[in-house]
Design a protein. Structure first.
Length: 342
């Protein structure tokens, strides 16, 4: 297995990206190889800063870079040799099995759609994020790819999120909830109310509306919303998690007694912080394109890059794209709007 990694994507590329690639290879035990894509001279300089480079790492030259502020449409037209474009070209040509990028998310998604194409029953691809919780992970979809949605698009997101939860996270018969302002079927805006009717008559394991407080409770393993709401929820939950851990760490160092307690609970505290550390869950899979693609935060740490590479490898091993296509094809009628509300 070989994964293309956008070496020029991210706020601190290529150094942080290269460190993440090395960390992933050291953790993988040879399970996959990485093709670092970008300007060879810059990538080589970053690689030379690392001692004892693991095997399985190669550099594929791309002369151009899509900046974080560049417009996706302009990047597609003018930057044909950009690192992210070359990554997806390699995937389309069968030279790699997946793509991971922490670069311009709009350009990454647009390039994926243009180069790979969409799965037949998908109107718009969606970004899914894995939220940690005491009852296990929850897939939140969409988290930013589509700020304006139709009820039919939300239904498609529900199917794709359900397949991802099964094939990558190992959840059997995942419960699917529709994010709203109340559990009752009549609660929510016009979009949610109309989508509820389609979800209720679908073959999904639909548990009804769920509220924001339910995202971490295990009430549903897949939570569906439009990309505007999902992106706000994702960034709010990330900030709250970081703040809570920071306050907790500060309290544990506030007195001699607290410091003693922290030493006694060291292993348990490590497990707790790891469970709520978003870097452990890697990037967001772009569901609905004809290939495995993961989009990471521009500010991703090496740990987050490594986690995204691991998740991408899991998706390839789980044949995510094939199962998405088969699962969506099975319910072709409802997903194409026959009886649904587009």
């Amino acid at each position: 297995m070989r994964i293309a990694l956008d070496g020029m994507g991210g706020d601190s590329a290529p150094a942080i990206v290269v460190q993440g690639a090395v960390q992933a290879l050291r953790q993988s035990g040879g399970a996959f190889e990485i093709a670092l894509v970008g300007r060879r001279d810059e990538l080589d300089r970053a690689l030379h800063q690392i001692a004892d480079l693991p095997s399985g790492l190669s550099v594929h030259h791309a002369s151009q870079v899509v900046g974080m502020a560049d417009r996706p449409s302009a990047a597609l037209r003018q930057l044909r040799d950009a690192s992210i474009r070359v990554c997806f070209d390699l995937l389309a040509q069968g030279e790699v099995d997946a793509v991971v990028s922490a670069g311009n998310s709009g350009a990454t998604m647009a390039t994926a759609v243009v180069v790979l194409g969409r799965l037949p029953e998908v109107d718009r691809p969606a970004l899914a994020s894995v939220l940690p919780g005491p009852s296990g992970p929850t897939v939140l979809v969409d988290v930013g790819a589509n700020v304006d949605c139709t009820p039919l698009m939300l239904l498609q997101f529900g199917y794709m999120g359900s397949v991802y939860a099964q094939r990558v996270l190992g959840v059997t018969a995942p419960k699917v909830g529709l994010l709203s302002i109340g559990e009752e079927s009549g609660k929510g805006n016009s979009l949610v109310k109309r989508a509820y009717e389609d979800f209720a008559t679908s073959p999904l394991n639909f548990v009804g509306n769920v509220e924001g407080r339910d995202m971490f409770s295990g009430a549903a393993q897949v939570v569906v919303c439009d990309g505007f709401v999902g992106n706000v929820c994702l960034k709010l939950s990330e900030a709250l998690g970081e703040m809570a851990i920071g306050v907790f760490v500060e309290l544990l160092s506030s007195s001699a007694l607290a410091r003693t307690a922290s030493l006694l609970l060291k292993s348990e505290l490590k497990k707790l912080t790891a469970q709520f550390d978003y870097a452990n869950y890697g990037g967001a899979p772009l569901l609905g394109v004809n290939g495995v693609a993961f989009v990471c935060h521009g500010a991703s740490s090496p740990k987050a890059i490594a986690s995204a590479l691991g998740r991408a490898a899991d998706a390839v091993r789980g044949e995510l794209t094939r199962h998405l296509a088969e699962g969506l094809g099975q319910y072709r009628g409802s997903l194409l709007g026959e009886g649904g509300r587009g």
